[in-house]
Design a protein around this ligand. Structure first.
Ligand SMILES: Nc1ncnc2c1ncn2[C@@H]1O[C@H](COP(=O)(O)OP(=O)(O)O)[C@@H](O)[C@H]1O
Ligand SMILES: [Mg+2]
Length: 1008
């Protein structure tokens, strides 16, 4: 047996001025005087399902909801308190008692249960003992949290706010005055709109139609707690009343056996004898007699029987002579006769919550249903699926099984409750998912959110909201589900708790591993749980498995277990999963990490989180970054070891390696890089080379100079012996090829690319995992683009073709894009529209599949390039501008910014917007200079000069000439033969305009 956490109501009761009461008595007399009083208190407590945990000479402490969870624990405690008060009417010589009630979480530890409350712990108990001291003599005082649970069921008077000794904050307290009489139904004004249930309403209406024609129906409605049984009945009842058809409602109460036959009595009063609550005993007797005389002259014993039964017998009357059994039989007969007599008028009897029905009432209701057949009295019953009707289903019965609301309906409901604010979209979805279509759960989840102030104007949901909601487990929901779980026997309960630790999905093999001592009873236990509708078997693929029937069942079964117990169980799950998922460890690493974390084994958790991060890696960089941050967080306060330091180096490194995909800036990732570099210095200095690489890449992706990226890599190379470590040298050279390419130093880039390509085979797994995507693809893709810019289009085409052939096998979208991106470039060089369109289709498809800002920039520039090849400069300009906005806004793919600007300037020139072309080209030139991106600079120089000729002709020939000269110099420096042709063309135009000699006729071949 293990301790558990429960929602409970604590009751303290004591005798007022007990010291004075026994002042003149010796100890034995005192016992004789107070003892019976305490016994009476205990009787009331036990009658309503409470557990007396301690008696204290002049008082008692009791718990409702511990050790077994009790739905309606607060209401039952109120009833017990009221019942107790009735036993102590006070007066001059009588004793008087005070009662205090408080609800909240209680930890119960059955190992410590000593019968004196030693097994129950928590602030809730301390608070309750203070609440009782606020009660008036003869009064019942309840705290705000207790009141909140019974508000709609009780009459209470506010007693203001009080600070309670030893506890911070103010507590509102209320005086309990009594239970509300009459219908406990819904209050129209506070109801949410009624959703769905069209079929059910139609069925009920049809049943009424038959009833009106003398073929009365019985409708049984079954459904989980909170599914909406009462609401459905309420809506139907409203509809009937609107048509002048009277509806009589009664309901069974939890702990019905404390007040047996209550539903039957209530029906007799309201339905059969129409006695209003205001009638006194004499008036009630008169009504009973009058009604009975409708059946013929009433027999005196029948009247006595009814008077007694309904509690309105005159004080002096004699007890009816017959046996209880005979009297009961007679009573049922009277019911039959009355129903038959009323056969002409249509009415509806609604009996709620049959699952709580006491035995005596069962017979009464069975008789009622039987007698109603052939009358015009329709009976509607509702109960939970766990209840089995104790009578054979009548011929005229119809069954409604009330399922969950659809997602759409639930969403509508949640929206109504939380209001239309757009930022609540996620909250709304989360509530819909967690409530699983149960409207009561949905309402309670929203209420607990709202109680914690999260839905208030101005509260920041992004920080606390979703997380809090994920954890919020309303007390009411806990009590409803908890009571269900506590009705389970063993081994079901222990198994269910283990299932809850395992998670939403429960592979049988994992459960078996954890529950090995229960091996012989697992099968039976699981059957029991399925039968109780708590879990569901899943279609067996790769081993039998189960899921929870409702997400909240898992959460309650989980959260009611003490942390000290959960830890070791989580550890057992982690170990079992490592075995069970041994062939899919990557996929399940995140889940296993979660279990290790919950078990408090943080290093194991971190290494599995790292595995999960590595696995999602490039496919979902945002998630991977999240996992890496998790790794860091897990290790934060761990004692240092080589294993943990190395993991931290990797985590920092990976955040920087993945950062550019998600638009992180160097500034944001620098602290992680620095931390990793410092640790690497101690445990793994080789990693510093890779950290430098990551830093350089981030620097350039955040708009830093490409030349500095080159420098970082050269520094990395200087830290190693390339001959001794050719694999690592290949890795760094791959990056160097990229860095040089962005810097426009094409020959150097190609040389680095050659080295990377040559020694690729030597790159080890560590480096491959660090990079996270195929280095081969990367190197080949860059090579294609380099060759193109060098003017070697045939070689480039060949390179791309090879890349395309391999690309299919990659799952990294950026890598998949590479070949197509290259082809679009090639199409641009060749002005081949068909080729461009063909490859753009792929690019668009890949980008659409992945929500990633980097890919989006990529895709936009491709689309714009394709439009420019089509000479649709308007679309091209618009799309480039869009890409530019995204780059600047999201700070992602900033290395493309100057390229985009240069292209945009060209488009404007194509559109004849010389002025814009001039401005944008100028901007491209300036930014390119800051970032040492020489190729876009070169393009922009040519465009600016040409735009000048367009706009001003020979008037600005000198300026244009200077720009061309600068472009020429850059072509010579970079080797970018690809821009030579347009330079020639424009220079010739200038020559014609000014009548000067044409271009100087250099070519890249001579440039070196
Ligand atoms: N079809 C529905 N549309 C909107 N709200 C509903 C619907 N069904 C139930 N509810 C709300 O959900 C809550 C629980 O419903 P209730 O009828 O008390 O459940 P049950 O009687 O099955 O335990 C109530 O607040 C009710 O108003
Ligand atoms: Mg109900």
């Amino acid at each position: 047996m293990w301790g558990e956490l429960k929602q409970a109501t604590v009751l303290f009761a004591d005798i007022v001025s007990s010291t004075e009461q026994i002042a003149d008595l010796d100890a034995e007399q005192a016992m004789e005087r107070l003892g019976p009083a305490l016994a009476l208190m205990c009787e009331s407590i036990e009658a309503f399902g409470g557990t007396v945990v301690r008696t204290m000479g002049d008082g008692v402490m009791a718990l409702f909801g511990v050790p077994k969870a009790l739905e309606g624990h607060a209401l039952l405690a109120c009833e017990a308190a009221l019942d107790m008060q009735q036993a102590f009417p006070g007066g001059t010589h009588g004793l008087r008692i005070r009662v205090g009630l408080h609800s909240g979480q209680v930890a119960s530890d059955p190992r410590n249960a000593d019968g004196r409350g030693g097994g129950a712990h928590g602030l809730t108990i301390h608070l309750a003992s203070r609440v009782v001291s606020l009660a008036d003599p003869g009064g019942i005082c309840m705290s705000e949290s207790c009141y909140g649970l019974v508000r709609s069921l009780c009459d209470a008077r506010p007693m203001g706010s009080h600070s309670l000794k030893g506890i911070s904050g103010q507590y509102g307290v209320y005086a309990l005055e009594g239970l509300k009489t009459g219908s406990q139904g819904f209050h129209q004004a506070t109801l949410t709109p009624f959703l769905g249930r069209d079929r059910e309403i139609a069925l009920l209406q049809q049943a009424l139609h038959f009833t009106e024609h003398g073929k009365a129906r019985v409708v049984d409605i079954s459904g989980e707690p909170g599914a909406g049984k009462s609401r459905l009945c309420h809506e139907f009842a409203q509809w009937c009343r609107a048509r002048q058809i009277p509806v009589y409602e009664v309901r069974a109460q939890p702990y019905g056996h404390a007040t047996p036959l209550q539903p039957g009595l209530s029906l007799l009063r309201t339905f059969f004898f129409r006695i209003p609550p205001t009638d006194d005993a004499a008036a009630a007797r008169a009504r009973i007699a009058a009604r009975m005389s409708e059946l013929g002259p009433p027999a005196e014993p029948d009247l006595v029987l009814l008077y007694e039964f309904l509690g309105v017998a005159p004080a002096e009357s004699l007890h009816a002579a017959s046996s209880p059994k005979a009297r009961h039989a007679r009573l049922l007969n009277i019911v039959r006769e009355l129903l038959k007599h009323d056969a002409a008028t249509t009415s509806v009897i609604l009996i709620e919550d049959l699952h709580w029905l006491d035995e005596a009432s069962e017979e009464f209701i069975a008789t009622l249903i039987d007698a109603a057949s052939g009358s015009r009295t329709m009976v509607v019953l509702n109960y939970r699926p766990s209840y089995h009707l104790p009578w054979a289903q009548a011929e005229n019965a119809q069954k409604i099984e009330l399922g969950q609301l659809s997602d759409k309906e639930t969403e509508h409901l949640v929206r109504t409750l939380i209001g239309p604010r757009q930022e609540f979209q996620d909250v709304c979805q989360l509530v819909v998912r967690r409530s699983g279509g149960n409207p009561f759960f949905a309402e309670e989840l929203v209420r607990s959110l709202s109680d914690s102030g999260l839905l208030a104007e101005g509260s920041d949901l992004r920080i606390a909201g979703l997380d809090a909601l994920e954890r919020a487990l309303p007390a009411t929901v806990q009590a409803v589900i908890g009571a269900r779980l506590d009705r389970l026997g063993e081994p079901e309960k222990t198994l269910l708790q283990m299932c809850a630790i395992i998670g939403k999905e429960i592979p049988l093999a994992v459960l078996e591993h954890m529950a090995s001592p229960l091996a012989s009873v697992i099968e039976k236990g699981l059957n029991g749980l399925c039968h109780a509708q708590l879990i569901l078997p899943q279609p067996a693929v790769g081993g039998r498995r189960f899921t929870f029937r409702h997400p909240l069942i898992q959460e309650v079964a989980y959260s009611t277990q003490l942390k000290v117990r959960r830890g070791p169980l989580h550890c057992a799950v982690a170990l079992a999963m490592e075995v069970y998922y041994r062939d899919q460890l990557d996929e399940y690493a995140g889940l296993i990490a979660y279990h290790y974390e919950a078990a408090g084994q943080l290093l194991d958790a971190a290494s599995h989180a790292a595995r999960a991060a590595q696995w999602v890696g490039a496919t979902n960089s945002a998630l991977a970054i999240k996992h890496w941050h998790k790794v860091r967080a897990l290790l934060q306060n761990q004692p240092r070891s080589t294993a943990s330091d190395s993991l931290r180096v990797r985590a920092g490194g990976q955040i920087s390696v993945l950062g550019w995909r998600e638009g992180l800036t160097l500034q944001e990732v620098q602290p992680f890089i620095d931390e990793a570099t410092e640790l690497a210095g101690e445990v793994d200095s080789r990693s510093i080379q890779l950290l430098l690489m990551g830093e350089g890449r981030m620097l350039q992706a955040s708009g830093g100079p490409a030349d500095e990226y080159v420098e970082r890599l050269q520094k990395a190379l200087s830290l190693m012996d390339a001959d001794a470590d050719p694999g690592r040298a290949a890795t760094i050279n791959a990056a160097l090829s990229q860095a040089y390419a962005w810097a426009g130093m094409l020959e150097q880039a190609l040389a680095a690319n050659d080295i990377a390509l040559r020694d690729m085979g030597a790159i080890d797994r560590f480096d491959r995992e660090w990079i996270g995507f195929s280095i081969e693809h990367w190197v080949m893709g860059m090579r294609g683009r380099l060759l193109m810019r060098l003017g070697r289009l045939e070689d480039a085409a060949q390179c791309l073709q090879e890349l395309l052939g391999r690309g299919e096998s990659s799952n990294d979208p950026v890598i998949l894009q590479f070949a197509h991106f290259g082809y679009i470039d090639l199409a641009w060089c060749r002005q081949n529209a068909e080729l461009a369109h063909e490859h753009y289709a792929y690019v668009a498809e890949i980008a659409a599949k992945h929500e990633n800002p980097y890919l989006r920039v990529f895709a936009l520039s491709c689309r714009a390039t394709v439009a420019s090849i089509d000479r649709d400069f308007e679309t091209a300009a618009r799309t480039f501008s869009e890409a530019l906005t995204l780059v600047r806004h999201a700070k992602v793919a900033m290395e493309f910014e100057t390229e985009i600007l240069a292209s945009l300037a060209e488009c404007h020139r194509g559109l004849g917007n010389s002025e814009q072309a001039l401005d944008i080209a100028q901007e491209a030139i300036e930014i390119s200079r800051q970032r040492s991106t020489r190729l876009p600079e070169c393009r922009a120089l040519i465009t600016r000069a040409s735009a000048m000729l367009d706009a001003f002709g020979s008037a600005r020939a000198d300026q244009a000439q200077a720009l061309f000269a600068e472009a020429e110099r850059l072509i010579r420096l970079t080797g970018a033969a690809i821009y030579q042709e347009s330079l020639f063309r424009e220079q010739s135009r200038l020559a014609v305009l000014t009548d000067l000699p044409g271009h100087t006729g250099i070519s890249v071949g001579q440039a070196a």
